[in-house]
Design a protein around this ligand. Structure first.
Ligand SMILES: [Zn+2]
Length: 211
């Protein structure tokens, strides 16, 4: 006898799940459930709307893209409309990002997006980041002030590296500009193009030809 008790009836998914791979697995399970339900096209539209309505929970890059890739060679006809719609959503998102200009910084000026603090040291940091010529800036200050600037800069993910110069008293925090954001965008661009190539590959591969 197969026991189907209350324990087995519990939901498999914890909908509070934070891990992106677990949420991708949930989307795949839902896609297969939709394919099994009638009318599957209507259920698929409902699921797509739900996913689109909450991109914070179902982000295109982290959750939907891996699901779309997994469903790309979707064999079953019932699964195909949903897989196609998911693929189209992700492909449009990737194409929009690939269309953005991708150039290294023209001069030494760097973004200050995310820098919120307006204290004197942070104003100095902001002025340095806006400066088109200066690549390095030294803050000679007590430990608490150096730590504050370091924390603020890390939180804002500014394009800087830091080193503490332990000479004299107080020590100095030396901030040097990098091209980290640009380098990250280059990596993202390559990943986007690779993902697009996979998504745009024909769903059913042509039969293998004999050599
Ligand atoms: Zn500050």
């Amino acid at each position: 006898m197969v026991a189907v008790g209350r324990a087995e009836g519990c939901a498999r998914w914890d909908w509070g799940e934070r891990g992106a791979d677990r949420r991708t697995a949930a989307v795949l399970d839902l896609a297969h459930a939709v394919a099994a339900l009638q009318p599957s096209a209507t259920r698929g539209d409902q699921l797509l709307r739900a996913l689109r309505a909450n991109r914070a929970r179902w982000p295109l890059d982290e959750v939907i893209l891996p699901a779309a890739l997994a469903l790309a060679p979707a064999g079953s006809a019932a699964l195909r409309p949903f897989a196609e719609a998911l693929r189209a959503d992700v492909a449009a998102h990737l194409r929009a990002r690939v269309a953005l200009p991708l150039e290294p910084p023209a001069d030494a000026a760097r973004s200050t997006d995310g820098l919120r603090c307006t204290c004197e040291d942070c104003r100095g940091l902001r002025a340095f980041l806006h400066n088109r010529r200066e690549l390095a800036w030294t803050l000679r200050a007590a430990e608490a002030r150096r730590r504050h600037v370091l924390e603020v800069a890390h939180a804002a993910k500014v394009d800087l590296t830091f080193r503490t110069e332990r000479r004299g008293s107080p020590y100095s925090l030396v901030c040097t500009k990098t091209q980290a954001s640009y380098a990250a965008r280059v990596v993202q661009r390559e990943a986007d193009q690779a993902a697009l190539a996979k998504l745009e590959r024909p769903a059913s591969p042509s039969p293998r030809r004999r050599k």
